[in-house]
Design a protein around this ligand. Sequence first.
Ligand code: G
Ligand code: G
Ligand code: MN
Length: 336
Amino acid sequence: MKLAKSVIQCFNEPFDADQQPVRISTSIGISCFPVHGHDLHELVRKADVAMYQAKTLGKGYCLYDSELDHHSTLLLSLSHDLDQGIRNNEFLLHYQPKVDLSTGFVSGAEVLSRWKHARHQSMLLPDTFIPLIEQNGLIQSLTQKVLFIVAENYQLWTPDPGFQIGVNLSAIHLQDPELPNFIEKLLAETTLPASALQLELTETAILQNPKRAKIVLSEICNMGVSLAIDDFGTGYSSLLHLKHLPLNEIKIDKSFVFNCVSNNNDAAIIKAMIRMAHDLGLVVTAEGVESQDVLNCLADMGCDKAQGYYFSTPLPFDEFKHWYESFPQHSDFARS
Ligand code: G
Ligand code: G
Ligand code: MN
């Protein structure tokens, strides 16, 4: 471990390559003879598993652990199945409603991908498969599929005017000039109105390359599609960084929302976010609303919309449609 730390230390300083200062990051995986293996091949393979874990966790170095190995074998086997999974429509969408706190109406829904893998009993969740899809260069295919299903489902029901469906994007999309073209074509060829589509991006994704992000987001915004910042508050940025972008909404991360009734700091942060967002003309949604108390607290603070298990977990489309149609469209949840 000491050795690993000092190797990492050596690479902390930039060095000269062809008179250019170069900085590289280091990840080290460690396996030990004889506990982790008796031959070179076995020891290197296990060090490799540990190295990937170090990379994923951004930890610098990591000691081999057999639990990780089980996990990485699973991920490797899933990686092989991704392409076919997308082509065979094994990826499904679950819809989670958003409620407008001033009218009490359901004003939209977020779609969340699930993978109904042919060989796995339980539905696989995005935290497992989205990083794999990104690493394998397949995120564009998945997002196109998701947008296509959203448009297809839209034909099967008639939500109220103004209803918006939120689709999550990955950082990679902001470097992808094909995305605006795909969306333009989708809107032209289906009945999905641009105003019914909202795209969600994290602050971190935008700040990776703000110039490039501005170009792609402006093109999308000009089509009439709405843009939201997801997990707001977790990305170490401020709204001031984002004010030059064509954004419509922020979604306050659930970590601030869970305890906003009992934790004064969380409540103060939410209040400040709402005030600043409103000053910039942005709509505010709170995520992770699980109780009536939290909902009341958010309504008192002037939050515009709420999403969370209190209303509903993410549901398959048919169940969501039924939920939407039977939701009391009155002012039980309204602020006044
Ligand atoms: O659905 P939860 O149900 O577990 O979603 C976890 C995370 O996965 C969320 O942060 C969400 O933004 C992300 N996610 C869900 N579906 C998609 C998707 O279709 N594309 C991308 N890029 N992210 C998604
Ligand atoms: O990062 P993003 O906002 O896209 O993630 C949405 C995630 O939050 C999904 O994993 C979804 O299942 C989860 N989620 C939605 N509502 C709630 C809630 O009320 N409580 C908790 N704990 N998670 C929620
Ligand atoms: Mn989201």
